[in-house]
Design a protein around this ligand. Sequence first.
Ligand code: SF4
Ligand code: SF4
Length: 72
Amino acid sequence: MPAGTKRKTKKKFNWIINRDWCKVCGICIKMCPVENLLFQDQIVVDTGKCIGCKTCERFCPDFAIEVEEDRG
Ligand code: SF4
Ligand code: SF4
């Protein structure tokens, strides 16, 4: 790639929750740096803004979250 050429590499991430394991404690919502997660009808949902940092995955006490890169 020539010097100075910019290339967009916007990655997408799949945010997956196992609702059988989630106890709706809200820790993931509080920890997400981009406010991607929120409560909706008393379940945790993602709003499509995930940057793939995996903070929620690491902090979920019930191992209910998995974040993976969307490889199309
Ligand atoms: S941290 Fe885990 S158990 Fe708590 S609300 Fe989030 S997904 Fe559910
Ligand atoms: S991986 Fe990071 S950005 Fe994505 S939902 Fe979890 S805490 Fe938020």
